[in-house]
Design a protein around this ligand. Structure first.
Ligand code: IPM
Ligand code: MG
Length: 366
């Protein structure tokens, strides 16, 4: 049986970090007899340059047919002056929307070896392991009406709409409770029910799903501003945080930084299981395209490598191999090997490709 994969390396450091993942896939083919059916295509600024759009219809078609999409990163200053609806980010948003990837899992965990890289005191973050579950296809990112119009007096007016339906809230709430059931049994549902009707509905629906199906899980409601504060005050109080698209965008960046490096964090975006039994899925590092360091072979490939581990676990049903990738990463860090972003005194500073080799070497030893 072969696992089909669409690789969209994207822009900036995307191609360099993705190269390390391709090597790892090759290793699993050679050493473990796994088979991957890999297609590579363009997304983001590189797709704009070559194909005239941030993602082509042909690429979208492949994305919809594979077991998993693996994305590097998109965007960069070269495309900043393009019209809003032609920017590289639109490729990413199109993938999310058209594949129906409503559940975005953003784990924030602290590797023991990197506990000092956090801006918080080591005791606050040691052993941290939380999951931000962000709703990814609704809310203000996609709500209508939206746009900029000109008023009769010549002023302009910019509008976006925050909107959620019962069904959208139910399905993300379920994913949150299911995740918590496999973790530490605690969900914080985060909104602004004190000022937004969409938040009032969110709280109501999450409470109903909890009572009807998941009363064995602990549920707490929390306002988004308080959640931001609690994340930096005492992050270990959380297990799973389930929240909307915009709050999830903000809170996941905040949670990511608790771990000390954006270069370490993977993510998964999942859809609903279709009639063919397949669940659309895309995996990507949380970090961006980092144009300032692109092409220099110094970026950290570990977030992308850990994203592959998530794909192994959630799309390919290869939990043991996923665990091995994670264990290899842990051992590399324990051995003092660091890319520049996580470097500290006394460690060995290595390039992107040397970090990729180090992971291969460790996994070979397992
Ligand atoms: C993210 C990013 C994206 C978002 C951008 C690049 C469109 O910040 O995935 O968190 O806002 O969702
Ligand atoms: Mg973001």
């Amino acid at each position: 049986m072969s696992h089909s994969l669409l690789i969209l390396a994207g822009d900036g450091i995307g191609p360099e970090v993705m190269q390390q993942v391709i090597r790892l896939l090759g290793w699993f083919e050679r050493k473990r007899g796994l088979k991957f059916d890999i297609t590579e295509a363009l997304c983001g600024g590189s797709a704009i340059d070559v194909e005239g759009a941030p993602i082509s219809d042909a690429t979208m078609k492949i994305a919809a047919s594979v077991d998993a999409v693996l994305l590097g990163a998109v965007g960069g200053p070269r495309w900043d002056s393009l019209a809003f609806d032609q920017k590289p980010e639109r490729g990413l948003l199109r993938l999310r929307k058209e594949l129906g990837l409503f559940a975005n899992l953003r784990p924030a965990m602290v590797f023991e070896a990197l506990v000092d890289a956090s801006s918080l005191k080591p005791d606050l973050v040691r052993g941290l392991d939380i999951m931000i579950l962000r709703e990814l296809t609704g809310g203000v990112y996609f709500g209508e009406p939206r746009g900029i119009t000109t008023l009769p007096d010549g002023q302009k007016r910019g509008v976006n709409t925050q909107v959620y339906t019962t069904r959208e809230i139910e399905r993300i709430a379920r994913v949150g409770f299911e995740l918590a059931a496999k973790r530490n049994g605690k969900v914080h549902s985060v909104e602004k029910a004190n000022v937004m009707e969409s938040g009032v509905l969110w709280r109501e629906v999450v409470t109903q799903v909890h009572q009807a199906e998941f009363s064995h899980i602990e549920l707490q409601h929390m306002y988004a501003d308080n959640c931001a504060m609690q994340l930096v005050r005492n992050p270990k109080q959380f297990d799973v945080i389930v929240t909307d698209n915009l709050f999830g965008d903000l809170l996941s960046d905040c949670a990511a930084m608790l771990t000390g490096s954006l270069g370490m964090l993977p993510s998964a975006s999942l859809g609903a299981v279709g009639p063919n039994g397949k669940r659309p899925a895309m995996y990507e590092p949380v970090h961006g395209s980092a144009p300032d360091i692109a092409g220099r072979n110094i970026a950290n490939p570990l977030a992308t490598i850990l994203s592959l581990a998530m794909a192994f676990r959630l799309s390919f049903n290869l939990p043991e191999e996923a665990r091995q990738i994670e264990e290899a990463v842990k051992r590399v860090l324990d051995s003092g090997i660091r890319t520049a972003d996580i470097y500290s005194d006394g460690m060995a500073k290595v390039s992107t490709s040397t970090m990729g080799e180090a992971v291969l070497r460790e996994i070979d030893r397992l």
